[in-house]
Ligand binder design. Structure first.
Ligand code: PMP
Length: 320
């Protein structure tokens, strides 16, 4: 579909268009058949990316777009999806979609690379080879959706998927059943989110975010070998904590009992941004006290995504 700038300015309501398999189309035309392999077996990989308006509300910037596209390509290679568009082309498609949708507010971008249909002479079955690739991108409005007054987490009895089951380092759609089970159990028990341990009994991450604790003025987060998704927000926090706040940051294993003695805790993720944790099971934390390190980090992160700290504008891709 080819529309001139002036044409789509007149007719586009919010997030009207999606990208699917080579074309931009109206949302309602973005249908995929129920025989799609990814729908049947969870064999897809995805990204969650945020766009933020700058402080003066004049520009929309996509946060760490290159890093998200890079992780999408890595996740895809684990599922043997080797024929995605090149990274620069995916970047262009994302920017084009945001322009087509005339996005002027904080938003969320969701590319999905998925196993589509059996190729000719490919036998029925659960597998990765002999299947065509589908690729979609959609966008939606998204503001802050976690509680600014902090959240309560429980340590889940659901274990985080192991690297030798479904690698957590890849954002594999099927792996999110693990997150959904843990989240559901936590919410039914009256909590906002779940903290999951890995099969070695160490803290891994939360359902859709990484975890940081604060002890004696230092930040501690599980290492990338703890069966976690290597979060881009986690990486951003490590860098800003060191560079802007001069904090010491340690990546090391955390035992669950340590969570019950920490001063502060927060979660990091594209969606949850920096979410302060005020309670873990029956233990109350000092995260929300006005001089807390977690609050400082949250403030810095907010300034960075809004383009207020020029040293970090390298993390922002303007949509223009
Ligand atoms: N862990 C999991 C399981 C997630 O789904 C997410 C969200 N993508 C994260 C961590 C945080 O990753 P990022 O900061 O890159 O969004």
């Amino acid at each position: 579909m080819n529309l001139s700038n002036s044409q789509y300015k007149k007719i586009t309501p919010h997030h009207r268009f999606i990208y699917l398999n080579g074309d931009f189309n109206e949302q309602c035309q973005g249908n995929i058949p129920i025989s799609t392999q990814a729908f049947n077996y969870g064999t897809a990989v995805f990204e969650g990316i945020r766009g933020y308006t700058n402080i003066s509300n004049t520009t929309l910037n996509v946060f760490r777009l290159d890093e998200h596209i890079n992780r999408l390509q890595q996740s895809a290679s684990i599922l043997k999806i080797n024929d995605l568009p090149e990274s620069y082309a995916i970047k262009e498609l994302i920017i084009e979609l945001l322009k087509l949708n005339q996005v002027e507010r904080d938003c969320y971008i969701r590319p999905i690379a998925f196993k589509q249909a059996l190729l000719p002479n490919s036998a029925f079955g659960v597998k990765l080879s002999g299947i065509s690739t589908g690729f979609s991108i959609n966008s939606l409005d998204m503001g802050v959706y976690t509680n600014d007054n902090g959240i309560a987490c429980t340590i889940s009895s659901w274990r985080r998927i192991s690297d030798n089951a479904i690698p957590a380092r890849a954002k594999i759609n099927g792996g999110y059943v693990n997150s959904a089970l843990a989240m559901e159990t936590a919410v039914q028990a009256g909590y906002d989110d779940a903290i999951m341990l890995n099969n070695n009994g160490y803290v891994a991450e939360s359902t859709t975010s990484n975890i940081f604790i604060v002890k004696s003025g230092r930040l501690i987060t599980p290492p990338t070998t703890a069966h976690i998704l290597e979060g881009i927000t986690r990486d951003s926090v490590i860098e800003l904590a060191r560079e802007l706040l001069g904090l010491e940051v340690y990546e090391r294993d955390i035992l669950p009992s340590e969570l019950l003695t920490v001063e502060e805790c927060f979660l990091t993720g594209t969606g949850v941004e920096i979410t302060l944790v005020r309670q873990i099971d029956c233990h109350n934390l000092k995260t929300l006290e006005s001089d807390s390190i977690s609050i400082k980090i949250k403030e810095m992160y907010t300034k960075i995504v809004r383009g207020e700290i020029t040293d970090f504008s390298r993390w922002l891709t303007p949509v223009k």
